[in-house]
Design a protein around this ligand. Structure first.
Ligand code: NAP
Length: 179
């Protein structure tokens, strides 16, 4: 298992996806995931991300929310942080830093864990750099055929299943993996 290093926070990837591995259907890419995910997944995400306290996401995912989620800090990755000057909120940080720089800065602040909240380009970036320690994947009982893939670049990595939980009677499954 990829144990958390002493010099960076543990990175916990959290995503909801369809049975065929899409994190957004083609016609809902600019809408929040809650337009198709279950309320049980939303409860899980809210509880887990509050417990972790710090979230990292890409600007396109932030654009689907457009605000800080309560009781959590959000680090938004963008090449143009100045574009977000209007968001004057201490719980929002817009940065062009690399994943390593972001994690090193959070480590200096004493942050022990971060929730990696997407989208695909951010999941890929951290996984390609071998910076993901754990994954929580909620599989919603849909097939989309087209949309945003959970991972959109070639990568081969093995994970160990730690736990599987059925979240509701519609068949939503929560999978917990470690690297
Ligand atoms: N189901 C789920 O759990 C879930 C979770 C999250 C997101 N989503 C979905 O995923 C989709 C968005 O995914 P996406 O891959 O298109 O976009 P994304 O990963 O949310 O954001 C991409 C943006 O992040 C910034 N970025 C990427 N790499 C960077 C780097 N190395 N340094 C600085 N900034 C960087 C860039 O912002 P700039 O263009 O501003 O430079 C880039 O355009 C949406 O449809 C969303 O609903 C689903």
């Amino acid at each position: 298992m990829n144990k958390p290093d002493m010099d960076r926070p543990e990175v916990i990837l959290i995503a909801a996806m369809s049975i065929d591995g899409f994190i957004a259907p083609a016609d809902k890419e600019s809408l929040p995931s809650t337009t198709w995910t279950s309320k049980e997944d939303w409860h899980f995400f809210t509880k887990k991300s509050k417990e972790i306290g710090t979230m990292i996401m890409g600007s396109r995912t932030f654009e689907t929310i457009k605000k800080a989620l309560p009781e959590r800090r959000t680090v938004v990755m963008t090449s143009q942080p100045e574009r977000y000057a209007e968001f004057n909120d201490p719980n929002l940080l817009f940065t062009a830093e690399s994943p390593e720089e972001i994690l090193a800065n959070l480590d200096k602040e004493g942050v022990k864990q971060v929730a990696l909240c997407g989208g695909a380009s951010i999941y890929n970036l951290f996984l390609q750099k071998n910076l993901v320690n754990k994954m929580f994947l909620t599989v919603e009982p849909y097939v989309f055929g087209e949309g945003v893939k959970l991972f959109n670049e070639k990568i081969e990595k093995r994970f160990s299943l730690l736990q599987q939980t059925k979240l509701n009677d519609s068949g939503t499954i929560l999978l917990e993996y470690s690297t």
